[in-house]
Structures are given as structure tokens and as C-alpha cells.
Design a protein around this ligand. Sequence first.
Ligand SMILES: [Zn+2]
Length: 376
Amino acid sequence: MLFSRIIGHAALKAKLIGNIREGRVPHAQFFLGPRGSGTLPLALAYARYLLCQQPGAADSCGACPSCAMLDKLAHPDLHLVFPIFLSEKSKTCEPFLADWRELVGKEPYLDAERWREKLEGENKQLRMGVDIAAEITRKLSLKAYQGGWKVMLIWLPELMDTAAANKLLKVLEEPEPMTAFLLVGHANDQILPTILSRTQLVKVPALNPGEVVEALQLRYPDLGAEEARAIAARSEGDLLEAAAMADKSEEELFVFFRDWLRACYANKVPDTVEFGEYFAKMGRERQKGLMLYALYLIRQCLLHGQQVPQLVRAFGEEMDFVKKFSALLNERNTEGIRRELETAHGHLERNANPKVLFLDLSYRMGGWLRMKEAVA
Ligand SMILES: [Zn+2]
């Protein structure tokens, strides 16, 4: 994770980098902030900057061998520790490292819920026990691979058992040179005060609505500006929550679009009337969003049809749809379908009656979809 990829927190990022550049690296820091604020990405960017072989004034270089290893969160001097479901068989993080890396690679704003889902144990408790504390000591006893900093990132230290926390305290009490502890969590009131007193607090505030909008637009290029603002307002600065809302919204659009298109193709008029009524209630921004989304999916279908699957950006059910639907597209109808959707989008922008527009669109779409390739 590069600092430049993290939304918001400009002053904090500058301060963290400035401290490193001036040689002020605390032995232990606690990145504390609410869910979805970016505590973990910030700590990872900090670790990367420490380990980068050619750090610039504002960020890691992103190109050195160290950065390349950190792209995969697999740098021998970055040690990762996190809570797991403790059992007779599972006592240390090591066996779960690949899973954790994979998940953080996908969602660096990770929270405990998602980690629990990944480990598939909804009703179990995530904990860190004494064996994990011993793992910390063991990992830190290794010589630095690069000969520079060793970074120990402890995710969610609030989930440490008392015995484990006491063991960690011992390590923190005897700081080794060139070793940086990065604790990353949400709740400092659940951590031993003695541990807290040995860490420097890095307070990470919740994102402001403008920053959430910025992050959403990067992640969901097809999400309308209005909808992004509405989601941001409801997310209370929690990017993870905002992303979940955007996911749900995209899924709803997909299901609506797929089922509507099927009805158009099959020429089921009563069904298309029903879809039209639903569409009319969607609200202007969402209606426009559906047209943009439809255009996006059509583009994906075209890419698939043109045998460039590596460019197709669709997942799960969406991908199934793309595969099937691309068979219906041909030279005669593709341009027509695209034009219909663009025109509908334009009319919606000019406040056309959505119900009338949608019924008309359904009728025309059906015609285009049933149009076969010209026989040579
Ligand atoms: Zn680098």
C-alpha cells in the first residue's frame, strides 16, 4: 500500500513521512481509528516506507525489490500478526498468513467481520493467545533480512488475551533497535493501559463525506455522482460500510437489468410493464445510473464477444450473464442497443416521463435483441 493510494488523511500522512525522514521512528505506535477510516492501509504504507530502498519525499518508490515484495505483503522484514479462532490445532498466525494477505490485498480497509467470514466461523471468537505472543518474539529474534528495519504489525491488538498482552508488554518494555511495532485497531479501552503507555498514539479520524465520495468513485467508476454522495452521507465516514452499500446497489441494478432484458427478449409485455412501474419509482439518479450500468455491461459483453476476456470486468453472476448475453449481440444490433441506452439516458437527464420512456425502451430493446446476424 502506497500513501498516495490512501484517500484522505493528508496532514497525517505528511506527518508520518516527515517523522521517518527526520529519523523519528517510535519503537511502538498504535494506529487507532474507527472502522473504515484507513488505519490498516496507513500502517501498511508506513511499513512500506520504512522498508523501501529508495523512498521519495512523499511516498515509497513503488519500484524497488522491497516495494515489489510489499505489493504482495510478503516482505521478510514485515511480520504480520492478527487474531484467529484459537483451538487445539490452531494457535499461531502462520498457517493463516496466506489468507490474511489475500484478503487485505483485496480490501485493505479490512475489519474483523470480513476476516471472520474468510475463516468461516461466524459464531466463533477471534482471539490472540500466548502462542501468538510467542510467535511475535520468535519472529523478532530473526535477523533483519535487509539489514534495516524490522516491522511487527499487530492487527486488532484489542483481541489479545491478558496472558498474551502481558507477554507483549515484556517485549515492548525492552525495545530492540531498528524494530518498529505498529499496532492497528479500533478500541484502545480494551488494551492493557501498560501497553498503551508504551505506544505512541496515531489517531486516524473517520473520513469526511467528500473523501468517501472520492474513494467510491475510484472503486466504482460507474456509480453516479449523486448516488455516491447519498451513500457517503449515510456511511458516516466508514469506507467499508460505503463500499458494502455500493456493492448492494450494483447488485440490485444487475438483477434488475438482467431480468428486464430477459423479459424484453421474450417479449413479455405484462412483465415489461411491471418493470416500468418499478423503474418509475427508482428516482432520477438511479434511473440514469441504470442506463450507465447497462452501457457498461454491454461493453463487457462486446469485449467478451471479441475474444478479449482479459479485459472483461465482471464477477460471479454478472460474468455468467456477460457470457450468455454476448451471444445475442451482433453487427446489426450492437450499435442500436448502445444508442437506445444513450438516448434514454439523455431523455432522463431532460426529465422525460420515466414510465413512458421505459416502456418504449423495452419495446425497442426487444426488437434489437431478437435481431439476428445478417445472412450473407
Ligand atoms: Zn521502494
